[in-house]
Design a protein around this ligand. Sequence first.
Ligand code: NDP
Ligand code: GDR
Length: 323
Amino acid sequence: MPRRAMITGITGQDGSYLAELLLANGYEVIGMVRRSSTVNFERIAHIQDQLTLVPGDILDEVSMIQVLREHRPQEVYNLAAQSFVQTSWSQPVLTGEVTAMGVTRILDAIRLTDPEIRFYQASSSEMFGKVQETPQLESTPFYPRSPYGVAKVYGHWITVNYRESYHMHASSGILFNHESPRRGLEFLPRKVSHGVARIKLGLDKELRLGNLDAKRDWGYAGDYVRAMWAMLQQDEPQDYVVATGETHSVRELCEVAFDRAGLEMADHVVIDEQFLRPAEVDLLVGDATKAREKIGWETEMSFEGLVQMMVDADIDLLASQTR
Ligand code: NDP
Ligand code: GDR
């Protein structure tokens, strides 16, 4: 019998890469999708015929109990979230309902239907926020700096709590920023790769950005979903930091991207206050020693390679759309 996994957030960046990985590993993949007035399956269109997509919402526990009862997965990956940090200030309550309380709802749905299910929670380096030590690892205290970060801290601790209260196989992956050509257009690296491509093709002249000095540990989403799967294959549930161990500023990322397209960053980047945040996370850099040693996780993509791949992909995409 093939193993069965259920993914919440399958229509997102990570959901699409994780679904590909699980299919390649011989899984039957159940994707929970929320109702919307227009279909948004772009990221999974190429594998849709191999997936079972079922309706459900992380805001609605009954819908998840229903899905779990009907499809009986052995593994559940909770990727659903309001995941854009900036939006979490304008929609703090929604962010809390989805990104924090949503985790309790799915954990409880699992507890009620089949507590043997192995559970993955998509925790985030945003929980470290105003960092208390550098680099950040599993034992680093949290100090979130946005409603999103606060919600993720809740999601993280409720996962730990269900593990300790009910002996569930629940693990939390503290993932640092990871990107790809499938990243949403509002996130910085994709905004830059897409903006550079538009300028290259003569569709735009400028790219409006916020804080160029923030530093992040950026990796490739395709590498990071391997860590999610590996965590659920361990005998013991645990929490792991997943990161490259390198940090770069927004400015450096822009330089690599503009350079790839043969353009000068200084000619096109404009600072626009609307993209500054009420509280910033200045520096993130992770120490993934535990993930390397315990689950054998390695990153394969370099920072430059990632940014260049995203710029190339956006130039190809826009060129094909304008032809
Ligand atoms: P995306 O924003 O690309 O995807 C989020 C997914 O959540 C989408 O499929 C979205 O569905 C779904 N979703 C949102 N609200 C609900 C809801 N009420 N019910 C059910 N599904 C919902 O995020 P990523 O793929 O980048 O990230 C995946 C997870 O990992 C998120 O939890 C994120 O917070 C976390 N994370 C991401 C990192 C990164 O760098 N990418 C780093 C650390 C953590 P729809 O398509 O319908 O909007
Ligand atoms: P982040 O990602 O907030 O780290 O959260 P994002 O790419 O949005 O921002 C990275 C950094 O770039 C700075 N920045 C800008 N950001 C955006 N989006 N737009 C701009 O114009 C801009 N200018 C500068 C930001 O201030 C920030 O410092 C991502 C999300 O995927 C979360 O869900 C995830 O948990 C964390 O990564 C780890």
